[in-house]
Design a protein around this ligand. Structure first.
Ligand code: ADP
Length: 215
């Protein structure tokens, strides 16, 4: 089955972790615009250089640019064959309308985690600069700060500073909450409690997705 799913949730709600688990469960590719942009930054392309300026301050890239990125990604054979788990897109009403103009969507899920909880998670978050594995001050890698998975350096994300975190959370309330509503209006939205152990949240997500699709 080619599942076409959009994952919403505040920064730090656990979209990345849950997308990886859902990708394994449903066999649909995890499409994360944040990961794609960070790859472009790491590759040092001209596009990556421009993207970095937006990202480091916590600002959104323009809708047309992001629609271009997604349109290109959707043309790849894995998405064509197996659908997608979209993480970090759409983030504005313009992007949501653009997305629905290029594809249908089975369901959007909103991973609900309160603002005070994500604030705490984001400021203690550390990531492997090489493979993206996520750690925290409370759960560091075995040998600080070397990644358990690939041996890469584990660092704080450039946009996990207090200023950028607050800019990103503000953009979420202002731009993304109205985009989520578009899926609600179409009867294609499920809200899931994102608190608890990752495997419990994942079980909740799968149950809600399966129930929705069975309707
Ligand atoms: P977070 O959700 O924690 O902010 P992401 O990894 O999803 O992190 O995105 C990091 C940054 O990449 C964003 O702050 C923004 O600058 C840029 N970005 C990612 N996705 C989009 C998007 N759909 N539209 C605009 N900018 C985006």
């Amino acid at each position: 089955m080619a599942l076409k799913l959009v994952l919403f949730g505040r920064q730090g709600a656990g979209k990345g972790t849950q997308s990886a688990l859902l990708a394994k469960h449903y066999g649909a590719p995890h499409v994360s615009t944040g990961d794609m942009l960070r790859e472009a930054v790491a590759e040092g392309t001209e596009f990556g250089r421009q993207a970095k300026q937006y990202m480091d301050s916590g600002a959104l890239l323009p809708d047309e640019v992001m629609l271009g990125v997604i349109t290109e990604r959707f043309a790849q054979p894995d998405v064509q064959a197996n659908g997608f788990l979209l993480d970090g897109f759409p983030r504005t009403v313009g992007q949501a309308e653009g997305l629905l103009g290029i594809t249908d969507v089975d369901l959007a899920v909103n991973l609900e985690v309160p603002r005070d909880v994500v604030l705490e998670r984001l400021s203690s978050r550390r990531v492997c600069a090489n493979c993206g594995t996520i750690y925290s001050l409370a759960e560091p890698p075995t040998h600080p700060w070397t990644c358990d998975v690939c041996g890469g350096e584990v660092v704080q994300r450039a946009d996990d500073t207090a200023e950028a975190i607050s800019a990103r959370l503000e953009a979420y309330e202002r731009d993304t909450v109205p985009a989520i509503a578009i899926f609600g209006q179409r009867g294609k939205l499920e809200t899931i409690d994102g608190l608890g152990r990752p495997e419990d949240v994942s079980a909740r997500l799968v149950a809600a997705i399966d129930a929705h699709l069975a309707r």
